[in-house]
Design a binder for this molecule. Structure first.
Ligand SMILES: NC(=O)c1ccc[n+]([C@@H]2O[C@H](COP(=O)([O-])OP(=O)(O)OC[C@H]3O[C@@H](n4cnc5c(N)ncnc54)[C@H](O)[C@@H]3O)[C@@H](O)[C@H]2O)c1
Length: 109
């Protein structure tokens, strides 16, 4: 299992990275983050793990993203914002938790 975590140096993303690394079938975790609010100390204990790669870049950087073989994007926003009125979903997007879109996903080759 090879995992890509956008926002992987943030609160949720870094906890997710630590959790996934404990899985026996975890082959590799890419932490992709522009560190606007992400913190080095969130991932300090795993950056030297041979299964971990940290990419300091913006998710809008298509050139950098295209170097990633496959992306599975999972957002917690779907459970809060419902069916989005616009993509990307911004923090001030109206919420509609009555409509659950649990796992928006896309793949990039
Ligand atoms: N923390 C919670 O309890 C909670 C609950 C529900 C929903 N959420 C949502 O989940 C998401 C993550 O929450 P969090 O608490 O981990 O926030 P966070 O700010 O700690 O993590 C977000 C990470 O994304 C990175 N980032 C932001 N823009 C980026 C970009 N353009 N390119 C690359 N990296 C970028 C930041 O540097 C940061 O590391 C947020 O959208 C938040 O609203 C959080």
């Amino acid at each position: 299992m090879k995992i890509f975590i956008a926002g992987g140096a943030g609160f949720i993303g870094s906890h997710l990275a630590h959790r996934i690394l404990k899985e026996s079938d975890c082959e590799h975790v890419t932490i992709y983050d522009n560190f606007t609010s992400g913190k080095d100390w969130h991932i300090a204990d795993i950056v030297d793990n041979p299964k971990v790669t940290v990419v300091r870049s913006d998710i809008k950087d298509i050139d950098q993203l295209s170097k990633i073989q496959k992306v599975i994007f999972a957002s917690s926003g779907g459970t809060v914002y419902g069916i989005p009125q616009e993509i990307p979903i911004k923090e001030d997007h109206p919420t509609d938790p009555s409509v659950h879109m649990v796992l928006p996903a896309f793949y990039v080759n």
